[in-house]
Design a protein around this ligand. Structure first.
Ligand SMILES: [Zn+2]
Length: 506
């Protein structure tokens, strides 16, 4: 764990609180009871004051969680996420939230910068975040304590720790063909002391959970077999079963029964994640933190199970809805607007400008590609016809990209290139999706929800409109100055290899 000295320029609210308290309002063991009691009262008063003006902000990203795993989004009766679904009752639910990439680093970087992947530059494991302002820096400057934790420490290596005053890198274990990253229980244990040991200074935290990611159900037989068992216990137990092309499927004898079991395993991992998230949220509720906090729960991307023949049980290559449609729950203090369901298309880049505005932090000097959704919360009936900047729904398209093949050059890593395949971008309206295969410079148009038939020739008007819109979006982006950093170090390469991200391991 690393820590930095809090910035000297804190918000007026915090200075007022410290003046009233007379001391730092962090009770410690061994003080006289009366002093502790006085401080505790002061703490509550100050906490309420700062919460009213500058609430805490907590962003939780659930790696690889499809929206349709929550009953909140798809009532299939499987009840995989009862705790998240119960929590959603207290939240604003965004029906059509989309990630800005099907890939972990660019999607997270978009959430934490408010910029599209082409703008923040963190488009691949072999890249680093460009010199762009980050959420951690913005909250630091506003006087917040800042904290981030991920079980995938490579994300910090490539720049996603930028601006966070405190970060936690958890150890991982190597098992039998498995790289065992820290699970949700360990994330909770490491994060809760920081989240609940609050004083008069508001906090901003990002918590990243990895439990739904392949290898599905790796938390043990109880979870892997929770929704069904398979006589071949090896099915789905190592990376060899994932990201399968047709030849791999044949080699593994992947039939319908095995594919079904893989999905059951996925749900088992999701259920484990749900149980642990329930524990985290309950602890925040019990300690009073929840009512002083804006909580955002979302995913960096979803997962293709067996819906698309080209790639089973993976998320990296394709910009299909199984990968891009993510849950998005926002709980405001006092559960304001609870039960509100918003149909407008929103995306990962919208989150940072939204939470800044909701936290009362000015964004006047900031440039985001995302739009604040705060106005939409205040007026969810906005149908996009307004001419002022409240019209969040006026945005005709959302955007996502996936970098794909690295350019030739000294930094190019053949293993990464082999995995990456084509570079793709997409824009999506409510009814259609236009995919640009950048390296081939060709397009496909899909009429949602179907994503198998290219209807470009059948719908020329829609195609031309969306292609023009796409070109406008690209031309308006401020592309990252330094598109990436140095090549991957050997340790990172090995970790990516063990996680199944490299076709040819070093
Ligand atoms: Zn991910």
């Amino acid at each position: 764990m690393s820590a930095q000295t809090p910035p000297p320029d804190r918000a007026a609210t915090h200075r007022r609180c410290r003046t009233v308290a007379g001391v730092r309002a962090r009770p410690r063991a061994g003080r006289f009871a009366v002093v502790v009691a006085t401080l505790a009262l002061t703490l509550v008063a100050c906490g309420a004051e700062h919460a009213a003006e500058h609430p805490n902000v907590l962003i939780i990203t659930l790696d690889t969680l499809r929206a349709d795993r929550l009953e909140t989004y798809l009532q299939d009766g499987r009840d995989t996420t009862p705790r998240l679904d119960a929590f959603a009752q207290e939240c604003i639910v965004f029906e059509n939230a989309s990630s800005n990439s099907s890939f972990t680093p660019p999607s997270h970087a978009s959430i934490l910068t408010g910029l599209y992947p082409e703008e923040h530059g963190l488009t691949h494991w072999s890249r680093t975040l460009a010199e762009v302002p980050t959420a951690g820096e913005m909250f630091n400057e506003a006087g917040y304590r800042t904290f981030a934790i991920t079980p995938l420490r490579t994300l910090f290596t490539i720049g996603l720790d930028k601006g966070f005053a405190e970060t936690v890198e958890l150890p991982h274990e190597e098992g039998d063909g498995l790289l065992l990253l820290a699970d949700a229980k360990q994330i909770n244990a490491a994060a809760l002391p920081w989240l609940t040991n609050f004083d008069d200074q508001p906090s901003f935290a990002w918590l990243h959970y990895y439990d739904a990611h392949r290898v599905y159900g790796r938390q043990g037989p109880e979870w892997a077999g929770r929704y069904g068992s398979h006589p071949d216990t090896a099915v789905g137990s190592t990376e060899a079963w994932y990201q399968l092309d047709p030849a791999d499927r044949q080699r593994l004898g992947m039939d319908a029964a095995k594919a079904h079991y893989m999905k059951d395993r996925y749900d088992g991992g999701v259920a484990f994640l749900d149980e642990q998230l329930g524990a985290l949220l309950q602890r925040l509720r019990d300690t009073g933190v929840l009512e002083q906090t804006i909580v955002v729960i979302t995913a960096d991307h979803g997962e293709v199970l067996d819906e698309h023949f080209e790639d089973w049980f993976s998320h990296d290559p394709h910009l299909v809805e199984e990968n891009l449609h993510v849950p998005l729950l926002v709980r405001l203090p006092d559960a304001r607007h609870a039960g509100l369901r918003i149909e407008a298309m929103v995306q990962g880049v919208d989150l940072l400008p939204t939470v800044l505005e909701l936290a009362g932090i000015s964004t006047a000097e900031r440039r985001f590609s995302g739009l604040s959704l705060a106005a939409l919360l205040a007026d969810p009936t906005d149908d996009g016809s307004a001419t002022d900047d409240k019209a969040v729904q006026r945005r005709p398209f959302i955007f996502a990209s996936r970098r794909g093949r690295e350019p030739d050059g000294p930094d190019a890593n053949p293993a990464v290139i082999a995995l990456s395949r084509d570079r793709r971008r997409m824009v999506r309206s409510q009814g259609h999706k236009l995919v640009h295969y950048v390296d081939r410079d060709s397009f496909s148009l899909f009429a949602l929800p179907d994503e198998t038939e290219n209807v470009m020739d059948l719908k020329p008007t829609i195609f031309n409109e969306m292609r023009d819109g796409y070109m406008r979006m690209i031309s308006n982006m401020e592309l990252a100055d330094a598109d990436g950093g140095p090549g991957l170090d050997p340790v990172t390469l090995q970790m990516l290899c063990e996680l199944g991200y490299l076709a040819d391991c070093p």
